[in-house]
Design a protein around this ligand. Structure first.
Ligand code: TEU
Ligand code: CA
Length: 557
């Protein structure tokens, strides 16, 4: 079918339904709650909503462990509630992109329940089962969520593979029946009218032949599975098949989540004639800070160096220009809050800093994603106690590193968690200053960030100078400018560790973007004097002067 590139001109708003809006007082966000907030998202100017999983799930990993792909998690409502939400969104001109989680299912999924019954069960080969080797797991792979990637199952005396939690067994994509099941699930939702898929860890679906051991440091218990499994031998083939059998028949948007992928991989999967995906989520810039102790990787409290950040984002901008398409994001449900991580949540600078970060990202080439609460500058929650955390990744990491292996002490780990835990992104949306921030009339499933009396949507909507209206303007600018959508990218002064400046070029026009990433007063001259100021996070413009977290965009015709 004929397709357009509407997804290149779109801005996506991500909703983590559990934490967005509760409608019935049970403390859990739900579909009717989201429906009641669609006009807020429309008001911001977003075109597409990416909805995190809402399928039936035992919720070991907040919906990323699906037990039934065709029904709605009762906590979130009914299929009628879903249809109502979809319909209402479409009436408002909003598209809905679903999360497609098909690298693994829940261990409660009917397929797995059958699969584990016996070696000759028709569903046995839906998953990856192997005999023990010398009484141990079949290879040395570690799970993304700590511990081994294999779990022994007494019933049949074999191990099954789980790259994530042990309640998330990996599907065996080598089995054509599995692929057909996935295509059917996709058609089920597409035929309802959904507008696309965000595909969870889709670059992990093709496992290397023979499942060989991975490289491992002497002090590591398990091999880093990312290095062995990502970008497997049949990935291109599987994605092409998906496209041919399903996606090509619908005008929808697709984004593949691809931890560990390089620009070359992304071009392979999103390239103009690859017939696979529209764009990928890459991880380079969110993986920039890491613990010098390899075993701890993401658990650290190192600030990201601006030159590194510039290098990373610019590498993707340049490499994909004219060859593929970028997705642009600062945060999502797996990452700490943008303003706390890449600038500062110090109340003195927070609003400016949030606008500065928004400008820096939204003026790039690619499809921008706004994570719920980012548009009002929500911050990390800064929990102090282990008992405040919910997330399986954080809790498993604490257990392994503090309790079992003792490679880091409790206080240090809690400090890392307060900086990096996914739970920072998962505290409920802050709607107003009433009890529980207007998120629920009951007891919230997860403790709110106590700063909701100062940071909330109602205040933002009442203040014309708010981050919300600033984001709205950024989105309007994109919608009205081919230069912003299509222009190519040129980084300026790559070695400058204080200012992020770049240009975009298109049809003889140039856009100049300047962002001060520090709280200092600086001075820089990029010839901005001659340009027309399009947007800035200060009321007045002082040319070469750059005040704390100042950000400005100029047009040259
Ligand atoms: O995340 C994939 C992934 O790579 C995560 O392990 C990510 O690196 C980590 O959360 C960052 O600390 C996806 C989903 O977005 C995530 O919520 C799921 O837990 C995961 O897949 C398993 O489905
Ligand atoms: Ca609810």
């Amino acid at each position: 079918m004929a397709k357009s590139d509407w997804w290149k001109k779109s801005v996506v708003y991500q909703v983590y339904p559990r934490s967005y809006q509760d409608s019935n007082g049970d403390g859990i966000g739900d579909l009717p709650g989201l429906t009641s907030r669609l006009s807020y998202i429309k008001d911001l100017g977003a075109d597409v909503i990416w909805l995190n999983p809402i399928y039936k799930s035992p919720d070991k990993d907040n919906g990323y462990d699906i037990s039934d792909y065709r029904s709605i998690q009762p906590e979130y409502g009914t299929m009628d509630d879903f249809d109502e939400m979809l319909n209402r969104a479409h009436v408002l001109g909003l598209k809905i992109m679903m999360d497609l989680v098909v690298n693994h299912t829940s261990d409660q999924n009917k397929w797995f329940q059958e699969s584990k019954k016996s070696k000759d069960n028709p569903y046995r080969d839906y998953y990856v089962w192997r005999d023990p080797v010398n009484g141990h797991a079949p290879n040395n792979w570690g799970s993304y969520f700590n511990g081994p990637a294999w779990k022994f199952d007494e019933t049949t005396g074999q191990y099954y593979l789980h790259l994530f939690a042990d309640g998330q067994p990996d599907l065996n994509w080598e089995n054509p029946k599995v692929r057909d099941e996935v295509w059917d699930v996709m058609r089920f939702w597409l035929d309802k009218g959904v507008d696309g898929f965000r595909m969870d860890v889709i670059n992990l679906i093709s496992k290397p032949a023979g499942l060989p051991d991975g490289p491992r440091e002497p002090d590591e218990r398990y091999a880093n599975v990312a290095k062995v499994v990502a970008d497997g031998p049949r990935l291109n083939e599987f994605l092409k098949e998906m496209n041919e059998k399903v996606l090509s028949k619908y005008d929808v948007m697709t984004v593949g989540e691809m931890p560990g992928s390089t620009p070359e991989d992304a071009i392979k999967y999103t390239g103009l004639d690859s017939n696979e995906l529209n764009m990928v989520f890459q991880f380079d810039h969110v993986d920039l800070s890491s613990n010098p102790d390899e075993r701890l990787t993401k658990w650290n409290d190192e600030p990201v160096k601006l030159v590194e950040l510039k290098k990373s984002l610019s590498k993707w901008e340049t490499a994909l220009d004219g060859k593929g398409w970028n997705s642009l994001y600062w945060n999502n449900h797996d990452q700490p809050r943008t303003v706390s991580r890449f600038a500062t949540d110090d109340p003195k600078y927070r609003v400016r800093a949030a606008k500065m970060l928004g400008t820096t990202l939204h003026m790039m080439q690619g499809t921008p994603y706004v994570y719920e609460g980012e548009e009002i500058g929500m911050t990390n929650v800064h929990y102090k106690e282990l008992s405040q955390y919910e997330d399986v990744e954080s809790l498993n990491a604490y257990k392994e590193f503090v309790e079992d292996e003792k490679i880091v002490d409790k206080d240090t780990m809690l400090k890392y968690m307060s900086k990096m835990s996914r739970d920072n992104a998962r505290t409920p949306m802050q709607w107003d200053e009433s009890k529980n921030a207007g998120f629920t009339s009951g007891k919230p499933w997860f403790e709110l960030n106590p700063n909701y009396d100062k940071i909330n949507a109602r205040d933002s909507l009442e203040d014309e100078d708010s981050i919300f209206y600033y984001y709205k303007k950024l989105i309007e600018l994109r919608h009205s400018s081919d230069l912003i959508v299509y222009g190519n990218y040129e980084l300026l002064d790559s070695d400058d560790n204080e200012v992020f400046a770049y240009k975009r070029h298109y049809n003889g026009e140039t856009l100049l973007v300047i962002s001060n990433f520090t709280s200092e007063d600086l001075s820089r001259d990029y010839g901005q004097n001659d340009g027309e100021l399009l947007i800035s996070n200060y009321k007045d413009d002082k040319d070469t002067e750059l005040r704390a977290y100042e950000s400005k965009v100029y047009l040259f015709k």
